[in-house]
Design a protein around this ligand. Structure first.
Ligand code: COS
Length: 384
């Protein structure tokens, strides 16, 4: 389908496609097998300006928005859903500064992030606070011109490789989500260290680790917004980044479909390519339709956000559910089309299925997304 991209977006898409094919593709299997972080590819992303696509021009970006990030993430994920996260995870850690940071915070942190000299990460999740994001236990206590942070964040994408972290901690535990506050924590701040590095099913080229704060000192000027606004900062961030997860899912689905379509035209059984059998054709048609439907929802949501719409929680949740469920279905069917070969790690297709699964889980499980959608539908009725 023609989504009527503007000239910049068409160029961005072909650039991302080229980088994905020329630079990412040759190293995908190695990073997946060894679970290593692709620093050389990150340098390449920085060189071609991918870290600047969603940043306004006034902060050194190219002035695109969520849609530009979606385009790049989709193309990179078509080749590797793990490697694309160096960029998407950085956007997740950067949005709180971009949306709610002070002029001084933007001046101090954005230039390095825009240039890709430093990666960012977002620290909300804790061992006992995942879906229930208001239940965080990491404490931030003000002492003069500093906050002292204590607690553990886990499952943090880009943990250990990022230099800049936006961390949600509680400044008033009695108030639950209304007592949360956002902070910028730098790698190297006293009392901040990394913990367990996760060994994952998929997205193995992306680093995921624990962040441990032990009397970690954070200057007051690194607080984002006011005390008590951290939960809203987190929710507003996720509203803008869930389309990014959706585009990662979309790319993973498209990448698996590309391989499956080609394979069915080459693989011969009963004397002809399996693509000539109606059972296989129906599967291919369904997969293509599902991907296109997901793409339409993801692109429409990204455009809605970029147009300045403020009430976007429902649409953002919808596009994440649609695209990630499609990714899981399409990648599972792609493995099926490869038959026994699909199950073997010598073939590239099983990785897509492993990578797809996380998109139904992180940045809010699809059950949480459905609850966000339902709450907003019900609120809409009540407000009539
Ligand atoms: N934008 C702006 N404000 C929002 C918001 C949004 N999208 N969603 C909620 N809020 C506000 C509410 O309006 C409310 O404000 P007031 O206190 O002023 O009334 C406040 O935030 C608390 O909202 P709510 O009562 O709905 O919070 P809950 O604790 O019930 O949690 C869910 C709501 C489940 C939606 C939230 O916890 C969530 O998104 N969980 C998933 C978190 C997640 O994605 N984790 C993955 C790790 S992050 S990578």
């Amino acid at each position: 389908m023609d989504y009527l991209l503007n000239e910049r977006q068409i160029e961005l898409r072909s650039l991302a496609r080229r980088v994905a094919l020329e630079k990412v593709k040759p190293v995908v299997a190695k990073h997946d097998r060894e679970s290593t972080f692709p620093w050389d590819i990150v340098e390449e992303f920085a060189k071609v300006g991918f870290f600047s696509v969603y940043i306004p021009e006034e902060y050194g970006g190219i002035g695109g928005g969520v849609f530009d990030l979606v385009i790049v993430t989709e193309e990179l994920s078509r080749i590797c859903g793990g490697i694309s996260l160096a960029l998407a995870g950085t956007a997740l850690g950067t949005y709180p500064i971009l949306m709610s940071g002070t002029a001084d915070q933007k001046a101090r942190y954005l230039p390095d992030l825009v240039a890709g000299r430093k990666l960012a990460a977002f620290g909300l999740t804790e061992p006992d606070a995942g879906s229930d994001a208001g239940a965080i236990r990491t404490r931030a206590v003000r002492k003069g011109d500093r906050y002292i942070l204590n607690g553990t964040k886990h499952f943090i994408t880009n943990g250990g490789v990022a230099k800049i972290y936006t961390i949600i901690a509680s400044t008033d535990p009695g108030k639950g989500s209304r007592g949360a506050t956002a902070f910028i924590v730098e790698d190297g701040f006293p009392g901040f260290r990394y913990g367990k590095v996760e060994d994952k099913l998929g997205i193995r080229a992306s680093k995921t680790c624990e962040l441990i704060f032990e009397d970690c000192e954070v200057p007051v000027e690194n607080r984002i917004g006011k005390e008590g606004q951290g939960f809203i900062v987190a929710m507003r961030t996720l509203d803008r980044t869930r389309p990014g997860v959706a585009s990662q899912a979309l790319g993973i689905a498209q990448g698996a479909f590309d391989l499956a379509l080609e394979y069915t035209t080459k693989r011969k059984q009963f004397g002809k390519p399996i693509s000539s059998f109606q059972g296989v054709q129906f599967m291919l048609a369904d997969m293509a339709m599902q991907i296109e439907a997901a793409r339409a929802v993801v692109y429409a949501t990204a455009r809605m956000i970029d147009s300045g719409a403020q009430k976007i929680a429902k649409e953002s949740a919808m596009c994440k559910v649609v695209a990630s469920d499609v990714a899981m279905k399409v990648t599972t069917d792609a493995v099926q089309l490869f038959g026994g070969y699909g199950y073997m790690r010598d073939y590239p297709i099983e990785k897509f299925m492993r990578d797809a699964k996380i998109t139904q889980i992180y940045e809010g499980t699809n059950q949480i997304q459905r609850s966000v959608i339902a709450r907003n539908l019900i609120k809409g009725i009540a407000g009539r």
